[in-house]
Design a protein around this ligand. Structure first.
Ligand SMILES: [Zn+2]
Length: 307
């Protein structure tokens, strides 16, 4: 008979059927939305009011946060998330720096290898010319010996011409050897120079790699702390608003979903904000988005509060 394997062998807990404590009810409707207030905003474009139904102002109630509190939380959340973005950008660039260095080193190594091969070839050429000189010298020696036993002047002159020719060959070879050795000297100096550069770059690379490891470890710690802090901030913002924030952030350049009014303009797209909207934004009673770019707008009051 097979026993159920999932049954615990022994446990101090009598039962796992303990009821989970239900999370405290977050949004019990306490009062109805005041419809009359909403109507007053006729001049304001409906699209700019992101949370029309979040009209309830209940600062003393623990369960509902006021729009002002939400704006503070949103702006704070944006600051934290932007920091996370920054960290990720920095961390993304560092491996590229290491990669650049590795590429540079590989390039230098190839150049050194090519130069070494060239010097090998040059040394071979020098050797060939030296052998040619030896050959010519052997020939000259033989011709000179033959000159001792010539039967006539014509033969003697002919051998003299051969000797002269071989002497010219030797001179030519010597000239070539000098040229090769000159080039060889330049190449060897260049190899030495490149090898010094290489050594330096390899040192740089080692340092950079160490830095990269440190920064990755460090930023990961910082990033995790920021993410934790971001999550804590999100508790102040209801899901719907948070979803809007995330959506705007995803679509917005530089990941900015919450921006400050700067010189009467949206801090995200720099379009002018009508005075009536600015007034509404300063009131902190509604969550207002830019009618051009959709970013959530806050005034310096919220910004200074967060700071
Ligand atoms: Zn805008």
């Amino acid at each position: 008979m097979a026993k159920k394997t999932s049954t615990p062998i022994a446990t101090s807990e009598p039962s796992k059927l303990k009821k989970k404590v239900a999370p405290k009810a977050k949004s019990e409707p306490k009062q109805d939305v005041k419809k009359g207030e909403e109507k007053e905003q006729g001049m304001v474009q409906e699209t700019v009011v992101l949370e029309e139904k979040m009209k309830r102002e209940a600062p003393d109630e623990k369960l509902e946060y006021s729009n002002e509190q939400k704006l503070v939380a949103l702006y704070n959340l944006q600051q934290i998330d932007s920091q996370v973005d920054k960290i990720r950008i920095i961390r993304g660039e560092l491996p590229l720096e290491v990669q650049d260095l590795e590429d540079e080193i590989a390039g230098l190594e190839t150049r050194v290898d090519n130069y070494i091969q060239e010097t090998v070839q040059l040394e071979k050429s020098v050797l060939e010319k030296k052998n040619a000189i030896k050959e010519s010298q052997t020939l000259i020696k033989r011709y000179e010996e033959q000159q001792m036993n010539v039967r006539n002047n014509r033969e003697y002159d002919s051998l003299s011409k051969e000797i002269e020719f071989q002497n010219l060959e030797i001179q030519l070879s010597e000239k070539r050897i000098k040229e090769f050795q000159g080039t060889l000297e330049v190449k060897k100096q260049e190899i030495e120079r490149l090898q010094n550069v290489l050594e330096e770059r390899r040192g740089d690379l080692e340092i950079k790699k160490g830095e990269l490891d440190d920064i990755i470890a460090e930023t990961e710690k910082e990033e995790n702390e920021l993410i934790l802090s971001s999550e804590k901030n999100q508790e102040f913002i209801e899901e719907r608003l948070l979803a809007a924030y995330t959506r705007i952030r995803k679509n917005a350049r530089n990941g900015l979903a919450v921006v400050q009014i700067e010189r009467d303009a949206c801090g995200g797209c720099f379009n002018k904000i009508p005075p009536q909207h600015q007034l509404d934004i300063r009131m902190h009673k509604k969550i207002i988005v830019c009618e051009y770019c959709g970013r959530i707008l806050v005034d310096d009051g919220i910004v200074n509060y967060v700071k």
